[in-house]
Design a protein around this ligand. Structure first.
Ligand SMILES: Cc1cc2nc3c(=O)[nH]c(=O)nc-3n(C[C@H](O)[C@H](O)[C@H](O)COP(=O)(O)OP(=O)(O)OC[C@H]3O[C@@H](n4cnc5c(N)ncnc54)[C@H](O)[C@@H]3O)c2cc1C
Length: 426
């Protein structure tokens, strides 16, 4: 299938890269995937894998490995919007899966890497790419080295950057950015023992979003997001900032203090929001390298898995000759952008931490009073129903009725109803 020793080289082998390598190798392509780390490996990421992400693992035959490692399925979530507004509901099912999972990255990324290996991909761990090679304006391969070894060059028909939000591949090819927005929030999270939670918990407080989910080893992951403008002052005492936020969330602070912190607190303000053009001559991008967004909506891994599925279909069509590769990759960009745009805008709305208007609170109260609507709302919040399909004027009218909608000021509905309702629930 073309020049190069490999059909495809994938740089980066976590959720996006390992999944892409696995899907391509399962179709018989000669795939090399490299990563500068060795697995199992942790990374700065909390790790709610939303129902659609879990459904992809199920389709690929890998979800059982998460459950076998005692990753608790979470079917219910309690959403506390503050001021006594609480919704308690169940995630809608998606493609045969009805639970969210929070596997540790040491587990999830290893499962994917092993699946890629098993499918026939060559995986080189501890291998750092330092350069993307090109000839006549077309990417031809990579140059890099395994730890302590001399540099080598490897060639392929296509080099895929799955190397995360600070992608070397994207920088090397000058991938154009679009829809870029400034960093909005910083996040802190840690793992707690002795505070078991059977369900997920989400809290919205002024200037804060909090998520609590059970993970492996009977630990509970507790995550806090706050405006990045507070980062400089919070820095002097990050743990104090984190615990003070938990104290605002019903009895959460008390529960957490009654347990013990099992690992250090991780904090990061490195949360860019951007799309990148994901293809060009001899190259493509997948996962965070292609689209990255604030972690407040916990969508990055699900996006990465979906992107891996879409991109690998395009690459198989393009390299297999059923469609010109460039056209297949252009089609992939359109499909990716359509799938992710609504959630991207919704996420930016959440990360703005705006206060809810009275109309929005009326909307939320009406949702909370109706179990079916609560489940639908939670489904949109988790990306099971695309947020742009749920947060519409039609939904507001359906829930508040024609009388209620009149009280909803024009400014609250104005622009798109999605913006009016989403991300403004505090
Ligand atoms: C604080 C925080 C919380 C988050 N919480 C969630 C959540 O709850 N749910 C969710 O779905 N997402 C969450 N995310 C987002 C999620 O972590 C990312 O979207 C996801 O990891 C993207 O996967 P990826 O494979 O594209 O990139 P990455 O996971 O970043 O992997 C990139 C890989 O490329 C390798 N690499 C990079 N450069 C090179 C090089 N030059 N040579 C060789 N290898 C290289 C790296 O070693 C790395 O292993 C969170 C993110 C943050 C920051």
């Amino acid at each position: 299938m073309g020049a190069g020793r490999y059909d495809v080289i994938v740089v980066g082998a976590r959720v996006a890269g390992a999944a892409t390598a696995m899907l391509l190798a399962r179709q018989g392509l000669r795939v090399l995937a490299v990563d500068r780390v060795s697995f199992p490996s942790d990374t700065v990421s909390s790790h709610q894998l939303q129902v659609p992400g879990a459904a992809l693992l199920y389709r690929w035959g890998l979800l059982g490995q998460l459950t076998a490692a005692a990753t608790p399925p979470v079917r219910r979530v309690r959403f506390d919007a503050g001021g006594g507004l609480v919704m308690d509901g169940q995630f809608p099912g998606h493609d045969g899966v009805d639970a969210l999972y929070s596997p540790r990255r040491t587990l999830l990324d290893s499962v994917l890497v092993e699946a890629a290996r098993e499918a026939g991909a060559e995986i080189r761990e501890n291998f750092r790419v330092t350069q993307v090679t090109a000839s006549g304006g077309r990417v031809t391969g990579i140059r890099g080295s395994a730890r302590g070894r001399p540099a080598v060059t490897e060639t392929a028909s296509l080099v895929i950057g799955a190397d995360g939000k600070r992608s070397l591949v994207a920088a090397a090819v000058g991938a154009r950015r679009y829809r870029e927005r400034p960093v909005r929030s910083f996040a802190s999270y840690s793992y707690w023992a002795g505070i078991p939670v059977p369900d997920g918990e989400l809290y919205q407080r002024p200037g804060r979003a909090v998520a609590v989910f059970p993970t492996n080893d009977e630990l509970t992951m507790v995550y806090v997001a706050a405006p990045v403008t507070e980062f400089a002052s919070a820095r002097t005492n990050l743990e104090g900032h984190y615990l003070r936020t938990l104290d605002q969330c019903a009895d959460l602070g008390e529960r957490v203090r009654s347990g013990s912190r099992a690992e250090r607190l991780r904090t990061t303000p490195d949360q860019p929001n951007t799309f990148r053009r994901p293809h060009g001559p001899g190259w493509a991008l997948v996962g965070d390298a292609g689209v990255v967004m604030d972690s407040v909506s916990a969508q990055g891994m699900t996006n990465a898995l979906r992107d891996a599925s879409y991109l690998s279909a395009a690459v198989i069509a393009g390299l297999g000759g059923s469609r010109p590769l460039a056209a297949a990759l252009r089609g992939h960009q359109r499909r990716r952008d359509r799938a992710i745009r609504g959630m991207y805008d919704f996420t930016l709305g959440l990360a703005a931490f705006s206060r809810a208007t009275p109309g929005q609170r009326r909307f939320l109260a009406a949702v909370a009073a109706d179990q079916r609507e609560t489940d639908r709302f939670l489904g949109a919040f988790a990306g099971i129903v695309p947020p742009e399909q749920y947060f519409t004027l039609g939904t507001v009218v359906r829930i508040l009725g024609p009388r209620g909608i009149r009280k909803y000021r024009t400014s609250e509905v104005g622009g798109t109803a999605a913006r009016a309702v989403s991300g403004r629930v505090t």
